[in-house]
Design a protein around this ligand. Sequence first.
Ligand code: NOJ
Length: 460
Amino acid sequence: MYFKFPKDFLWGAACSAYQIEGAWNEGGKGENCSDHYARLPETAKFFERGRPDVCSDFYHHYREDIAIMKENNLKSFRFSISWPRLFPNGPDELNQAGADYYNDLFNTLVENGIQPFVDLFHWDLPQWVYDRGGPVVYEFVDWFEKYARTAFSLFGDRVKMWSTMNEPNFSFGGYTPSAVEIHEGSGNEPPYENSIHKAFMTCHILNLAHLRAVKVYHEMNLGGKIGMVIDGFPFYPFSLAEEKDSIAAERAFDLYAGKWLGPMMLGRYPEVVEDSYAEYLPENFQQEIADAYEEMDFIGENYYAAGYAYGIDEKPYFALCGDYETIEGEDRNEGYHIRRNPTGFYDILMILKNKYHAKEIIVTENGICFERDKKNLSKPTTIHDEERIRYLSDHIPMIARAIASGANVTGYYIWAIEDTFEAGSGFDLDFGLIAIDYDTMERTARDSFKWYGRFIKANT
Ligand code: NOJ
């Protein structure tokens, strides 16, 4: 076989609590930030394409969905716990109904031979966190520790793969419009404020919270692994002939992904943060990270696109642009934020190996979406999704190449297990291996899931 994968490779699919669970005010769950801001008149416009109140109602349909996963040979399911379902009102009071629900979910997965991979935080911070200052205050680190410790003790006997957080640039984006071309302006995510200072404090506090949770997990000795999930997309120099474009590309990467991966993997912020944004961070920010540092066990990588940068003379000494092909009109854009670039997939895996010395890498997301018919949004796009199969067939071999080049990639999760709520576009886009009819809640495995099931069988 040209493309060989280890027999115990984890072939999975992923999703997050607030994107499919629904039941937003059932089972004792508290408000998450989306529930809250979707209902405020000033911010409701961000949810005009739908609110995540019901979604695919996974909360009530998970047994059915797990049966479809099993039928299609899925080895692992990556999902997140909703923090406000466990702690609805504050850091201290556990909601037993929430714990019971997740216990049953994880039991059902394990009984069906599907390994759970769990994110503690995937974009749905409890609203009480924002009411008490947001992820910018140091107390957040203690709240997160308490939550993490509880989740590890409740579920750690069955859940052996944990991630502290998913794409924390989302929370950074609550205070400024971009996580890489940083400028004044309201964030596009909760709490929709304008403060570069708070954006960088969010970065610092989330880094500290991550390091604390990793330390706690290691101390608890539960026999599993813990990491974090980043949307690390590689940046390329606009012109390879310009040294300053090459430097710019690396600085863009360091600012976008490295402000997380630096502290988490190397125990320090990258130079671009130090030389261009230190004024927004506490005086001893490097030392605080060094003191808290605890190495995580793997890096989770969400791959959808690559970017391009060129050098400029002012701080931060880079600017972003499209690549030659885009500029000349031949666009590889798949719509939304997805740009088909399988080589970039291989490159990012190698960057994680070489630059961050990742002992283990898990591809926690990769996938493609299609637009629903605007006039009939409750009905899914086609079940016969050959284009998705093509996309997967272009990307999966890159993992085999990275493994052959020495990267220890141990798992791959397609985004998404089923059609979801998207923060930026509501229910317009279908990412699912399982199609959802939102009128009837009928679920149907798409052709791509059947293809993936056969692929998994052939590769285990
Ligand atoms: C990454 C995020 O983790 C996920 O929540 C989102 O739905 C996908 N990208 C697709 O946009």
